[in-house]
Design a protein around this ligand. Structure first.
Ligand SMILES: [Zn+2]
Length: 1055
């Protein structure tokens, strides 16, 4: 935000239309520097314009010093200071952190007295020291989190707070079903973000009487179990509540059996099939991979080639092309030269225009050839008789430039005319067809003709199915060419195999150009090595079979943020069949037997049920150590010798995608579907999707009703948790030492506000509560604001908008309360009289704030909230009549509609008061700079407004019967007077003044002079009464009555 913009800080929302005008008293020169403030010390007539320049420059730069234009007025220095303060103030508005115009200056009396008393300083006014109600609390200013947080966690654990609260839960369950983290080592900040977000939700739902614990699950192996244990202890240190004694693990036999059941149900519904299809294959881990197991690192460079295949035959109907161009080739482009041996066709787009071009070699190319390592021209270009080529018309000029040749268009034709021409396979001289492909053939790259190897590409496979093309895949599990690849046999396709193919093509005059090509290429997410597309026999789930149902279910789920719905919709609608088999020995087996001779799979209801019951008892290891005879149901036992077990296991996404079945439907305390799944946005193609697909396929329902996204406590867990709450977890989040320092500072201020509340309630009992209708206006307004905040925060919890809660808390607790209500309240609390109405009504408001704030922050900052709760100076009794010993036993604060329902005019009026107060503070600050006053209590404020209604409302406050609403108390000055006119000579002598616009329209004049009368020894307010009370000559009337001495009637008459 712009520095130097002065906006009232206490009247949200900040209105950009707030313009403050100031002028000197003498002479009356209107000063209209927009968004700047000047209050000047008279007489400075000719100084104003220069000053405005200085001001604007200072306000726009970080400099706090005005080194202005040789002005020699003695008052210049003090004005510069005023500017400096203004700059501070604007920082304050934008950063909401500094304390400016702090109460330290204006309500110094009691505060200083308290401070001095604490320091044991003897002072003159010590006579009344014991009558001042100083704040008192056992709650530390410092969090000391490394010690205190574990203590609190221990207390929760020892007292089984979570269990007791959950047991006492009478409402329906809220189920946040936690996903399956991989056992991936020590925790990092992403884990913190993830788990803390979930914990915030659970704690909130618990406070709203809705808890079911968070679940943790892990991968099925020993390492996983150890990691789970270590992650668990770290999560506990973050203060994450969960059913840690009873986590679910995918390697539990119960879980595995449920997963087999899901698989079986899908198989029996016909959604599972076995097929030979190209899948993502990782040579480095020798298994098929799902899309979700791939990553696309930046900077992958492939060897791309332009190759040509000789046309040798034409469709029966037309043969004229070959007559006209007997030496004709088709040009293709590929980034995977190693797939050329598996080429089965070349595909064209029937709607594109193609051209037959003659190739004329250029000399320039020859000179640049060889120099460029990224580019290598083929031998064919050196040949005397370069054949004519077919390429897409649109690409002719681009290819000319790329190949360094001149291409002469000799004939144009439509793609559809090329179908069924035949060409010679460049490696093994098979005749292959030109086929019609789909819209995937474009003129963005390449030649417009696509090398088609159905064994190595998804689109190629689809096109191949249409034409009955062979699915060649002469590559083994390790990514090595098989014997089927002839001369390339034994070579690694991603290495020397690729090189050999390129070299072969060049030697046989089939290569035009080879060049490096940087693009996105899939890597194995575990090994970080490139994958290949390779046709193998795999098991698939036919997404086609239940895609419509899945799409329908997505629409009924609430997604946060809303874009999540688009993401998962797009992914589900485009999803090809899900390859669920993996060639691994860990995990849950695909429960299938193969006939030894026919290779026919055996899998039916009986076999699946039988295997399920074995795994439920013995775990999935049984599949490996038991014999086929034992694994087959009795009915098949005599034929056991004809079968063998399958060795494939299921995709881990099938494991995790079955968690709804294995956990939600199996555990007594849980139910299906879950209320919430919460993970990072990457899970739209991972867990969210796998869970959706398995659930839809078997139950027809989504497994969740609502879903979501996200992201070494050197600081306390609560600071980290505060950070988690502050980020918009739907996008990328930032963290660093600077950010944590800021969080720590905000935490400290929040703690300070809570400490203020605790300390001023040290003698509080619920019995002292002042009935609502008897409260002063300021208190009713404060309760209304509090209730609004609680209500808004509740709405944001319900919508998982934690960063908004963070913003509201920061603004309300740290800025608004501290700067107004808490500040003004000090007088009432410290010197208003221990049991007085003014103090008790204030404490009524403070108690309401403490009890509400501590409970609404508890889900985010459980340790801080509990620490406050353990230091509560009074007992809190729940609506059920039990004493809440822990903060979470206190539940969520019930909304008090009555507090909310104050008239709109009243809210508007307080808005004006707060704005006016800010303006008054500005003039006071200038008066302080000018050494007229020290503290605000040394001052008297004059207000004039031509707006009669505002003037009368303000006068009403001046005459308020209760001490709390009195205008000068709100300003924290000793006196305030509403004056009827500015014409009166008396007011023209007021030494400091200025004008401002309240709410952008109501003009108000503010004057400041020294307060009249003398300073009261006890409260430091000035009063004419001081000196008039014979036995307490240093006290004001208020203090005199407070200390319990009967006031003489004649004094009471003096106002
Ligand atoms: Zn007093």
């Amino acid at each position: 935000m712009t520095k130097g913009v002065l906006l009232p800080r206490t009247t949200p929302p900040f209105s950009p239309s707030t313009i403050t005008h100031w002028r000197t008293t003498k002479p009356t020169v209107p000063f209209t520097h927009k968004r700047s403030i000047i209050a000047t010390q008279p007489p400075l007539p000719c100084f104003l314009h220069d000053f405005s320049k200085v001001l604007s420059r200072t306000a726009c730069s970080s400099s706090r010093r005005t080194n202005s234009n040789g002005l020699s007025y003695s008052s210049r220095v003090s004005l510069a200071k005023a500017v400096s303060i203004n700059t501070n103030m604007s920082n304050y508005c934008t950063h909401s952190t500094d304390e400016i115009f702090s109460s330290k200056r204006r309500s110094r009396g009691p505060v200083m007295a308290a401070k001095k008393a604490a320091e044991g300083v003897t002072q003159e006014d010590s006579k009344y020291k014991h009558t001042v109600d100083l704040p008192k609390t056992t709650f530390g200013m410092r969090a000391n989190s490394s010690q205190r947080e574990p203590e609190i966690q221990k207390m929760w654990e020892e007292n089984q707070v979570l269990k007791n609260i959950a047991d006492g839960n009478t409402g329906g369950n809220f189920i946040l079903h936690d996903g399956p983290p991989y056992a991936n080592g020590d925790l990092h900040i992403g884990h913190a973000l993830n788990k803390i977000l979930k914990d915030i939700i659970n704690r909130y739902k618990e406070a709203r009487n809705n808890l079911t614990p968070l679940k943790l699950r892990a991968k099925a192996n020993k390492f996983a179990k150890e990691t789970v244990k270590s992650q668990m202890s770290s999560f506990k240190r973050y203060g994450v509540w969960a059913d840690w004694n009873n986590p679910y693990l995918t390697l539990d036999p119960e879980y595995e059996a449920a997963q087999i059941e899901v698989f079986g149900q899908m198989a029996l519904k016909g959604y599972i099939y076995r097929g030979r299809k190209p899948v993502h294959w990782s040579p480095s881990s020798q298994t098929a991979l799902a899309e979700a197991e791939l990553e696309y690192p930046e900077g992958h460079v492939s060897r791309s080639i332009y190759a040509i295949f000789k046309v040798v035959g034409a469709p029966v109907v037309s043969n004229d092309l070959l007559h006209e161009f007997p030496n004709l080739c088709i040009a293709i482009w590929t980034t995977t030269p190693w797939t050329i041996p598996a080429n089965a066709a070349v595909a064209i787009n029937p709607k594109l225009e193609y051209a037959v071009v003659g190739v004329e070699s250029l000399d320039e190319r020859a000179s640049s050839s060889g120099e460029n390592k990224k580019k290598k021209f083929g031998n064919i270009l050196k040949d005397e008789k370069i054949p004519c080529l077919i390429v897409a018309s649109e690409l002719v000029s681009r290819l000319e430039a790329k190949w360094g040749v001149k291409l002469v268009v000799k004939r144009r034709l439509l793609g559809s005319e090329l179908e069924n021409y035949r060409y010679l396979h460049p490696v093994d001289n098979r005749e292959c067809p030109v086929v019609v492909g789909g819209d995937y053939i474009t003129t963005e790259t390449g030649t417009g003709l696509v090398h088609t190897a159905p064994g190595h590409g998804q689109e190629d496979y689809v096109t191949g199915q249409k034409y009955g093309l062979p699915i060649l895949s002469p590559v083994d599990d390790r990514g090595i060419f098989t014997e089927e690849a002839g001369q390339f046999s034994g070579l690694d396709v991603l290495g020397e195999g690729n090189t050999a193919v390129v070299k072969y093509l060049d030697e046989n005059l089939s290569l035009i150009l080879e060049e490096s090509y940087e693009h996105k290429y899939p890597y194995d997410w575990r090994t970080k090595k490139p994958t290949i597309f390779r046709a193998t026999e795999q098991w698939f789930a036919s997404v086609e079979g239940f895609r419509d149902a899945a799409m329908g279910a997505i629409g009924h789920v609430k997604w946060v943020p809303a874009q999540g719905e688009n993401r998962i919709s797009a992914m589900t609608s485009n999803r090809s069949d899900w390859c669920i088999s993996r060639q691994r020995t860990w995990g849950v087996p695909i429960p299938v037997f193969y006939h030894l001779q026919s290779r026919e799979p055996l899998m039916n209801e009986e076999t699946i049920d039988h295997i399920k019951s074995i795994i439920a008892q013995k775990g999935s290891d049984a599949w490996w150590y038991m014999t086929v005879e034992d694994l087959l149901p009795p009915k098949y036992c005599d034929r056991a010798a004809e079968y063998e077990k399958g060795t494939d296991t299921m995709d881990v996404w099938f494991d995790s995608g079955s968690s709804w079945a294995a956990v939600l439907t199996k555990r007594d305390c849980l139910s299906f579907p879950a209320d919430l799944y919460l993970e990072g946005t990457d899970q739209h193609r991972g867990w969210f999707q796998s869970s959706l697909l398995t659930s839809i396929a078997t139950t027809g329902k989504a497994p969740y009703s609502c879903k979501n996204q996200k992201e070494s406590p050197a600081y306390g867990a609560d600071v980290l948790r505060l950070w988690v709450s502050s980020v918009d977890y739907t996008g990328d989040v930032m963290i660093g030492s600077q950010i944590l320092r800021q969080m720590s500072e905000i935490y400290r201020k929040l703690r300070g506000s809570l400490r203020y509340l605790l300390a001023n309630l040290h003698d509080w009992k619920a019995d002292y509560t002042v009935p609502y209708h008897e409260l002063p206006r300021i208190d009713k307004h404060a309760l209304c604001q509090l209730e609004n905040v609680v209500k808004t925060i509740q709405g944001n919890y319900d919508n998982y908008q934690f960063f908004k809660i963070f913003q509201i808390l920061q603004r309300f607790v740290i800025v608004d309360l501290s700067n107004f209500y808490f500040d003004v309240a000090k007088d009432r609390l410290y010197v208003g009289g221990s049991t007085s109405y003014t103090r008790r009504s204030c404490q009524t408001v403070l108690a309401a704030h403490l009890l509400s704030i501590v409970r609404v922050i508890a889900p985010i900052l459980p340790h801080l909230a509990e620490d406050v709760w353990q230091n509560l100076p009074f007992q809190y009794t729940t609506e059920y009549g039990s004493v809440a010993k822990y903060v979470f036993e206190a539940k969520w604060p019930a909304l008090n509609e009555r507090w909310l329902n104050i008239p709109v005019e009243e809210i508007e009026f307080w808005g004006k008061i707060l704005e006016l107060r800010t303006e008054v503070n500005r003039v006071l600050e200038v008066a302080r700079t000018g050494k007229l006053i020290g503290a605000g209590l040394d001052a008297k404020v004059y207000i004039y407004s031509s707006d009669a209604s505002l003037a009368s409302q303000l006068s009403e406050l001046c005459e308020a019967k209760n001490d709390a609403d009195t205008l000068h108390r709100l300003f924290i000055t000793s006196q305030a007077e509403i004056i009827p006119s500015l014409e009166d000579e008396h007011f023209k002598d007021v030494p400091y003044s200025g004008e401002c616009l309240i709410q952008g329209k109501t003009k108000v004049w503010i004057g400041v002079s020294r307060a009249t009368g003398s300073k009261c020894e006890r409260c430091w307010n000035y009063s004419e009464q001081v000196g008039s009370i014979s036995d307490h000559p240093t006290l004001c009337g208020r203090c005199y009555s407070v200390i319990g001495v009967q006031m003489p009637p004649e004094v009471a008459a003096v106002s």
